[in-house]
Design a protein around this ligand. Structure first.
Ligand code: C2E
Ligand code: MG
Ligand code: MG
Ligand code: MG
Length: 281
């Protein structure tokens, strides 16, 4: 807190900072309890092949509803989990839960259910946990091939320790998983990393997709990402597709996959399975 003599501002700032700290501490305590008590859940949002419309995977997205029935956004609780270190148990749980769900879908379908599951990995989680062994043991525990998982990483993971991150990514690739760079274009990392790292998919951030049809700059950015990916032999996923027009335009521009409310919002596990079953054959 900076001193500002005689204005009374210092006190106001201190009070505000204290409130934020207390609120975060309250959320941290509740989140810790929720993780311990198994009150977190995953929802699953479809990702489709834009050229064929085929469902290819689901992205798993963490959800938390507290005892009072309040649903918190991951945009709020993931940062708290990261600051408190809870991202380690939460992240391990998410990997386990995704593997368990996929194995259950396979069992119910009487074989490979035909989709991959994407799991988000936070940069902090990658710093603090030995992620490749965690992924490997979850796959092994449920008898799943590594090719059934996509791992979504963000550029921020590359900023602090690029060499360590490269090692982790190669270890994840060695398990047979697909690696996607999430929120691509919003980070501050050096583009040179793209040619050195085993990246399979660039996920174009929703902020470039939303409203892109009426915005020359956004279209230019999306085109640039698509041609960069193409040149480097990577696939692309556009997030935040909410209209048919966007879906068609992105398909025409050569984007590989699409995700967004047009296809479906994140679904509860049972609803995701029902979608899989209805698409069977
Ligand atoms: P993300 O990984 O970029 O996930 C995509 C987000 O965009 C999701 O928000 C999804 O619900 C939302 N979305 C998808 N299509 C549309 C659309 O058409 N319109 C709009 N308005 N939104 C759309 P969500 O589920 O709230 O998650 C927010 C972020 O929280 C995620 O962004 C991810 O960074 C983080 N997150 C969620 N679950 C996990 C998790 O299990 N682990 C980690 N580390 N992070 C997670
Ligand atoms: Mg993601
Ligand atoms: Mg994303
Ligand atoms: Mg995002």
């Amino acid at each position: 807190v900076k001193r500002s003599k005689g204005t009374g501002k210092t006190e106001a700032y201190q009070t505000q900072a204290f409130d934020i700290a207390r609120e975060q501490f309250g959320m941290e305590t509740a989140l810790r309890r929720a993780i311990e008590r198994g009150q977190m859940r995953l929802t699953y949002q479809p990702i489709c092949d834009l050229a064929t419309g085929r469902l290819v995977s689901f992205e798993s997205l963490a959800r938390w509803r507290d005892e009072a029935g309040i649903e918190y956004s991951p945009n709020d609780f993931i940062p708290v989990a990261e600051e408190s270190g809870l991202i380690v148990p939460l992240g391990r749980w998410a990997i386990q839960e995704a593997a368990a769900t996929l194995a259950q879908w396979d069992a119910r379908m009487g074989g490979d259910c035909g989709v991959k599951l994407a799991v988000n990995l936070s940069a902090i989680q990658l710093q603090r946990d030995a992620i490749a062994p965690v992924v490997q043991s979850a796959l092994a525990a449920y008898g799943l091939d590594g090719s059934r998982f996509t791992l979504e990483l963000t550029e921020s993971a590359l900023v602090t320790d690029p060499d360590r991150m490269a090692g982790i990514m190669h270890a994840l690739k060695a398990l047979g998983t697909t690696i996607a760079m999430d929120d691509f274009g919003t980070g501050y990392s050096n583009l040179a990393y793209l040619q050195k790292l085993p990246i399979d998919i660039l996920k174009i951030d929703r902020s470039f997709v939303t409203g892109m049809l009426a915005d020359r700059d956004k279209i230019a950015i999306v085109r640039a990402i698509l041609s960069l990916a193409q040149a480097l032999g990577m696939k692309t996923t556009a997030e935040g597709i909410e209209t048919n027009e966007l879906s068609q335009t992105l398909a025409a521009l050569g984007c590989t996959y699409g995700q967004g409310y047009l296809y479906a919002r994140p679904l509860e596990a049972e609803a995701a399975y029902a979608m899989l079953e209805s698409l069977r054959n």
